[in-house]
Design a protein around this ligand. Structure first.
Ligand code: 5GP
Length: 190
């Protein structure tokens, strides 16, 4: 795959608000297109196949690993695989757009290693661990067991913030979106 374009990586613990910020950026008309990841889990009620994720199931996901279809992939939670498809990145660059990724922290740091100076890696930081737990519970799309898994993972993830190019604090969503727009526009134009 040739690195002929730019990309923006958004990573954060689950519940920090990165998906909301990413959607706002996509609607801002600043030349970004979303890299639709593949995953092995089932869709949530509001999710659409091919738009939010390519929902492949575990067998389908493993076939794509064997076919070498991924830039990076990871077992983000036990038996829950997620990965960035080479075909997504190529399609978006061919469209003349910059790619925007919404991935977990490990995936984000891996993508930064792969794309180097062509990538801006942004860590979305919740105001506190307590606030993060509140947001995850409020969203209530997960079982208690899943919430516990995500919180355990979050405390490790919060410690990686300094490895990213920028830290975006999400205490006030409107301000965070404004700051994100500025960061991304500067990078794309630079
Ligand atoms: P969720 O199940 O809440 O949609 O996502 C779980 C986690 O997987 C999130 O942190 C999300 O950003 C991450 N994720 C989504 N797509 C990818 C991907 O392609 N690669 C990696 N490494 N993580 C991903």
């Amino acid at each position: 795959m040739s690195a002929n374009g730019k990309c923006i990586i958004f990573s954060a613990p689950s519940g920090a608000g990165k998906t909301t910020i990413v959607h706002a950026l996509l609607n801002a008309g600043i030349g970004l297109e979303f890299s639709v990841s593949a995953c092995s889990r089932d869709p949530r009620p509001n999710e659409v196949d091919g738009k939010d994720y390519h929902f492949l199931g575990i067998d389908g996901f493993k076939k794509q690993i064997d076919a070498g279809a991924f830039v990076e992939w990871e077992e983000v939670y036990t038996n829950n695989y997620y990965g960035t498809l080479k075909s997504e990145v190529e399609r978006i660059w061919e469209n003349g757009k910059a790619v925007i990724f919404d991935v977990d922290v490990i995936g984000g740091l891996n993508l930064k290693k792969i794309f180097g100076a062509d990538a801006l890696a942004i860590f979305v930081q919740p105001p506190s661990y307590e606030e993060l737990e509140k947001r995850l519970r409020y969203r209530s799309t997960e079982t208690e067991d899943k919430i516990q898994q995500r919180m355990a993972k979050a405390s490790k993830e919060l410690s990686t913030a300094s490895e990213f190019d920028s830290i975006l604090v999400n205490a006030d969503l409107d301000k965070a979106i404004e700051n994100a727009k500025n960061l991304v526009t500067q990078f794309i134009q630079g």
